[in-house]
Design a protein around this ligand. Structure first.
Ligand SMILES: *Cc1c(COP(=O)(O)O)cnc(C)c1O
Length: 441
């Protein structure tokens, strides 16, 4: 399989090269030149959403992309290593009409563990025997950094630099970004997430830096994070179909649109994914566009669902490339926005009524679900995507439910580690200096 840039001006690249380059040389995002259609009968009759079932689905779905790449013979081992935890589809009401896809059973309790672990397992093979370490740069609005850090920590041949917006991630998230040490360093940037992202883009565009430091990205712009995310949509939609004979429609808490693009990819490949509805927080760029406005990226605003505080989502470029015409894109996806007051009310209300505990991001999807029902959109089988465990956001959730959120064992372990980070201004010169100095060590 060959991969092309969304901006069209570069030569095609293969899977391993795409993963290592992160972003296409013309500044665009890599996409496969075509979408393989998966023969669903090749997958097990009763596909499991445990680690083993996901690993099988991952191999089947990803195999065409890695075909004729040096990684191909390793793919089975990579999938087994990366898909080491479950993504259960938990019914919330009868007959599969409402369920939740729990993507938070990985090491850092958010869906980003899937993509980060897959990328890390690939890098370990791609970098075997390399002379220089590769520097993985990652801008995070909260959860990406933690997942990438956990996935790459201790991997030989890879250094990770995490940029996070100072004061704009929760204390719990900050601990998860800054507790690693060794080959993983954290930079607290005096600025917002968009500025962190701009710094990373500027570093990639800096040719004199590239001559001295080998850079790679692990943001959701990296196709190596996106494609494995299609796996849990593929497997869960197929599992639902096998059980109920109905396509599963997803409501996805969205920021940079990686998860949304992954669901769209699973649908393109022939999996029984029904509607895709994006649940945004008050950052309404995508919502406004899908509702008919001009595409107008803007600065992000801070909300309770901070991992979705994105005003200019990078994966929009992929979605627009995928659908070519705005009218096609607007037919493929719809969106709604949820403000902080509605997030609070949803967390409090669903706990009081049902005993369910949502993280602030998942709460956006739960709120959008209830609005869809109120509008008479009860016909599809809806699945809300639980992007993180509520224990990652105790500062927000606990006052709303009036009690403690039980903490998964994996998260407890991270709290015992010592936190360390370096502060910088949102200035590309400072990042450059940090990278050159830390590489010289
Ligand atoms: C990153 C993140 C999101 C947003 O996902 P995108 O793929 O960037 O749209 C939503 N919820 C949580 C908990 C996240 O960490």
């Amino acid at each position: 399989m060959q991969f092309v840039s969304t901006r069209g001006s570069t030569a095609a690249a293969t899977f391993g090269a795409v993963l290592q380059q992160g972003i296409a040389p013309d500044g665009g995002l890599f996409m496969p030149e075509s979408w393989p259609r998966i023969d669903l009968t090749e997958l097990p009759r009763d596909i499991g959403l445990d680690a083993a079932g996901l690993a099988v689905a991952a191999q089947t779905l990803l195999q065409p992309f890695a075909a004729d790449d040096p990684l191909a013979p390793e793919l089975a081992a990579i999938c087994t290593e990366a898909f080491s935890f479950a993504a259960p589809l938990v019914p919330l009401s009868d007959h599969g009409r409402y369920s939740v896809l729990e993507l938070f059973h990985g090491p850092t309790a958010a869906f980003k563990d899937f993509g980060a672990r897959f990328l890390s397992a690939c890098f370990a093979r791609l970098r075997a025997g390399a002379k220089r370490p590769v520097n993985v740069l990652v801008a995070t609005s909260g959860d990406t950094g933690g997942a990438v850090a956990a996935a790459f920590h201790g991997r030989p041949g890879v250094r990770v630099t995490i940029l996070f917006p100072l004061g704009l991630v929760s204390p719990t998230q900050q601990q998860q970004l800054t507790c690693w040490g060794d080959n993983v360093r954290a930079l607290g940037v005096r600025g917002n997430f968009d500025q962190c992202q701009r710094l990373v883009k500027a570093a990639f565009a800096d040719e004199s830096l590239a001559a001295r430091v080998e850079l790679s990205s692990a943001n959701s712009i990296n196709l190596g994070r996106l494609l494995p995310q299609a796996v849990y949509y593929a497997a869960s939609s197929l599992s639902h179909w096998q059980r109920h004979g109905v396509r599963l429609s997803y409501i996805i808490p969205s920021g940079n649109l990686g998860n949304a693009a992954a669901a769209d990819i699973a649908r393109q490949m022939g999996f029984p994914v029904g509607e895709i509805v994006l649940a945004h927080n008050a950052n309404s760029t995508v919502h406004d566009y899908l509702a008919g406005a001009e595409w107008a990226p803007r600065a992000s605003v801070a909300t309770l669902a901070s991992a979705m505080d994105v005003g200019n989502p990078s994966n929009m470029e992929r979605l627009r490339w995928l659908h070519r015409e705005p009218v096609a894109l607007r037919a493929a996806l719809s969106a709604d926005t949820v403000d902080d007051a509605a997030i609070r009310a949803r967390i409090r209300g669903d706990f009081d009524r049902q005993g369910w505990i949502w993280c602030p991001h998942t709460a956006c999807a739960a709120e959008v679900h209830s609005r869809l029902l109120a509008r008479g959109r009860g016909a599809p089988h809806w699945c809300i995507v639980a992007t993180a465990h509520p224990a990652k956001f105790p500062e927000i959730v606990e006052p709303l439910i009036g009690g403690a959120v039980p903490v998964p064992q994996t998260l407890l372990a991270l709290f015992l580690r010592r936190s360390e980070f370096v502060e910088i201004d949102a200035d590309s010169f400072e990042l450059r200096k940090f990278l050159l100095e830390s590489t010289a060590e």
